[in-house]
Design a protein around this ligand. Structure first.
Ligand SMILES: Cc1ncc(COP(=O)(O)O)c(C=O)c1O
Length: 379
């Protein structure tokens, strides 16, 4: 099945008990047992829930993996993956990963004795140079947040595997419609389902998918033991949203490409970060490993223009954190999504105070252009 069919028919899409064409919401915490000490398939919803199993199976199908796991947030999914690491282990990750991921590694895991090196993962030599004897994981975010840098997943994975480290990809920005990292050799793909997978800015969720049985056993144990599972209601909502993922992402891709080209030629815009614009190494890799370039971009206005005034004066684009919903959002990473990264680290990694990040929605493209045009004209 191709992707557009898999979102409708992949994994468990009917209710096995009744044949209902839509999976039922099994809103239960526990299950009646037929015998004491028997081997019941369902015991307690933290461990087993049919609605969660259904969305997990669809996500596994969409990412071309064997095992899917649903969590209560993207951060819970990141945490589950990083719980594969132990005290004394070393992690290599991108130097412009999502601020919450950086905070987890820098403030929580570091305290537990897990060290890290943050590098530009688009530079495969930098990954190689950062390798230590105890490096157990290479964590990639591509395209990255907020600079939309693209890492060559196959090349980075090769380096990781040469050192017996796991290659993990945060696929939040691309979504499995645009990119399937397991096909490029990655061991684990994870995502914040809050973004494109949910797609309507109304749920928080996270997913992990792998084809490695041993890794899957460990993630299952972590999911059960830590308990940050996705609820039956939210599982249902995500599965419902996934059915339109292909349609939505196709439009996100189209709108973002058109806006990126238009902004790139606008006199008040100094720089556009979008992997679909030719002329950068990001573009060269993206066109090889992605089906579409995605709905995310960042821009820098010309020096001296008032970023605050610009983002506050838009009408269609809403000033808000998050991304991947049907509605267009705009934000300033330095003040909002990436405020948890110390300023000097942020600047060193190229995230300027004035950088503006845009999540392009699926509205009419002319309305989106007009809104940005009036915002820029007012400066
Ligand atoms: C790339 C990326 N990974 C992970 C997360 C964390 O996801 P959540 O907010 O669902 O916990 C985010 C959130 O913005 C993100 O952008």
């Amino acid at each position: 099945m191709d992707f557009e069919t898999k979102v409708i028919h992949g994994g468990i899409q009917n209710d096995p008990a009744t044949g209902a064409v839509v999976p039922a919401i099994y809103q239960t915490s526990t299950y009646r047992q037929q015998e004491l000490g028997g081997d019941a398939p369902y015991e307690y919803t933290r461990g087993e829930n049919p609605t969660r199993f259904a969305v997990e199976s669809v996500m596994a199908a969409l990412e071309n993996g064997k095992h899917g796991f649903a969590f209560s947030s993207g951060m819970a999914a990141v945490h589950a993956v990083m719980t594969l690491l132990h005290s004394g282990d070393h992690l290599i990750m991108g130097n412009d990963v999502y601020g919450g991921t950086f905070r987890l590694v820098n403030s929580i895991l570091n305290e537990l004795g897990i060290t890290y090196t943050a590098v530009d993962t688009a530079d495969t030599d930098a990954i190689e140079a950062a390798m230590q004897e105890n490096t157990k994981m290479v964590y990639l975010e591509t395209p990255s947040n907020p600079l939309l840098h693209v890492t060559d997943i196959a090349a980075a994975t090769k380096v990781a595997h040469a050192h017996n480290a796991l290659a993990v990809v945060d696929n939040t920005f691309a979504s499995p419609y645009n990119q399937t990292p397991l096909d490029l050799g990655a061991d684990i793909v994870m995502a914040s389902g809050t973004k494109y997978l949910g797609g309507h800015s109304d749920t928080i969720s996270g997913f992990v998918v792998t084809s490695d049985d041993a890794v899957a056993d460990q993630i299952k144990l972590i999911q059960l033991s830590i308990g940050a599972v996705l609820s039956p209601q939210e599982s249902f909502l995500i599965q419902r949203s996934l059915k339109t993922l292909a349609l939505r992402v196709e439009r996100h891709n189209e709108n973002a490409m058109a806006l990126a080209e238009w902004l790139n030629n606008h006199e008040k815009v100094q720089k556009v970060y979008y992997p679909g614009l030719p002329g950068t190494p990001d573009y060269e890799i993206a066109k090889e490993q992605m089906r579409g370039f995605g709905g995310m971009m960042s821009i820098e206005l010309q020096d001296g223009l008032d970023t605050k005034k610009f983002v506050e004066n838009l009408h269609v684009f809403q000033l808000a954190e998050s991304l991947g919903g049907v509605e267009s959002l705009i934000e300033v990473p330095a003040v909002m999504t990436h405020a948890s990264i110390p300023r000097e680290v942020r600047l060193e990694n190229g995230i300027k105070d004035e950088l503006v990040r845009i999540s392009v929605g699926i509205e009419n493209i002319e309305d989106l252009k007009q809104d940005l045009a009036q915002g820029l004209d007012a400066l």
